[in-house]
Design a protein around this ligand. Structure first.
Ligand SMILES: [Zn+2]
Length: 382
């Protein structure tokens, strides 16, 4: 066990944050498998893996994901994709996903995944969605039996390099009363803007199904513009590179910031930024500003009034949890519980839920955090 002061204070911050009610908006199903489950599923499917031990496999995947670019980061998904091609395996990983979220204190989560990547062993798109829904409901039942509460929705993603976006949009609308809460496009961003899938986005807009788009992660401002204009995105997947539209300038009275039209729009319309600190470091999304968490534009965007939210992206690849991401940020930027509470309220506001349910969620978050804030009076820094 690592007993360095840094490690201990991270663990202490995690212990304080884990029980608090949290909202997870950006978390990929195939990026959140338990290593032990991968080993068992690979065994059942007759697939060879580099390691037969869960801890070693998990460490290997995390290391592979650390190569510094989005395309390298996406490589371990070949492993998780290969073992999730059947009804049983999809239902199992979805169930465990819900259990893991609840264990981390998540009270509302959106699980995003790309059904088109799970058809190699004969499932249809609808069957794949049904399998995941079955797993989600089994996971929720488990959690409810322990006296806890969790609500979970599916976000269906189309692969942006492929040509099935309209089909996936239709699939999402077809399952909207059956667990699906929204739509996304995922995969390599550069060279594959939202405009490529305009037909799918038009269809979704006509059907009033909420949309989030990965943008401003592996590409810059034009991709974000296309997500908002062509995709009519209500949220941005990461959106980190929106900060390229913000310039710092020195004034006699101090440093100020100048916002371009695009960033001003995102701020004024309160379009949520689904940022994922560890993943953003690993994929190089924050490379224009540096290579350390302290260089992440999260802090500037937060201080300027953007609707910032904190997410995991891929818990397995980034060896993380929502609690850990919050603890990392708290340590990097000296955030206290009041800040962490704001991030959860932001995420609840941006959830793809009916307004009344979002308000209810916000009340639950306020109740959980206010209790903790009172218990730590006067305000204790994490
Ligand atoms: Zn993502």
């Amino acid at each position: 066990m690592d007993t360095s002061p840094d490690s201990l204070s991270l663990a202490a911050a995690e212990a304080a944050l884990r029980p608090l009610p949290k909202v997870s908006l950006h978390d990929h199903l195939d990026g959140g498998l338990r290593p032990g489950t991968i080993i068992e599923l690979a065994d059942e499917a007759g697939l060879a893996l580099p390691f037969a031990d869960g801890a070693k496999l998990g460490a290997w995947i995390a290391e592979q994901s650390n190569a510094g670019s989005l395309s390298d980061y996406l490589k371990p998904f070949h492993v998780t994709g290969a073992v999730t091609q059947t009804h049983q395996s999809l239902a199992r990983v979805a169930k465990e996903f819900v259990q893991d979220l609840a264990h981390d204190g998540v009270v509302y989560g959106e699980i995003r995944w790309a059904p088109e990547n799970h058809l190699r062993r004969g499932l249809s798109l609808d069957q794949a969605v049904d399998a995941v829904q079955e797993g989600i409901e089994a996971g929720i039942d488990d959690i409810t039996r322990t006296g806890r509460k969790i609500k979970v929705g599916q976000l269906l993603a189309a692969m942006r390099h492929d040509s099935r976006a309209l089909e996936i949009a239709e699939l999402a609308v077809r399952h909207r009363n059956d667990g699906v809460v929204g739509f996304d496009i995922a995969g390599a961003e550069s060279g594959f803007p939202a405009s490529r899938h305009a037909q799918a986005f038009d269809y979704l807009a006509a059907g009033f199904l909420p949309v989030t788009v990965h943008a401003g992660e592996g590409d810059g401002l034009e991709s974000i513009r296309s997500a908002l204009f062509d995709g009519r995105a209500l949220r941005l997947g990461h959106g980190v590179r929106l900060a390229e539209d913000i310039t710092a300038h020195s004034q006699e009275t101090g440093t100020g910031f100048l916002l371009g039209e695009l960033s001003q729009w995102v701020k004024d319309r309160q379009i949520a930024l689904e940022m994922s600190p560890s993943s953003n470091l690993q994929t190089g999304a924050i490379a224009p500003w540096g290579t350390d968490l302290k260089d992440h534009p999260f802090e500037v965007l937060y201080r300027l009034g953007f609707l910032v939210t904190v997410n995991t992206d891929n818990r397995l690849m980034s060896n993380t949890t929502l609690t850990r991401e919050l603890a990392h940020l708290a340590r990097a930027f000296n955030y206290g519980l009041a800040d962490i509470k704001t991030f959860q309220l932001n995420a609840a506001s941006a959830a793809f839920l009916p307004l009344d349910e979002r308000e209810e969620l916000k009340n639950d978050i306020r109740a959980g955090f206010d209790g903790a804030l009172l218990a730590t009076k006067p305000a204790v820094r994490l």
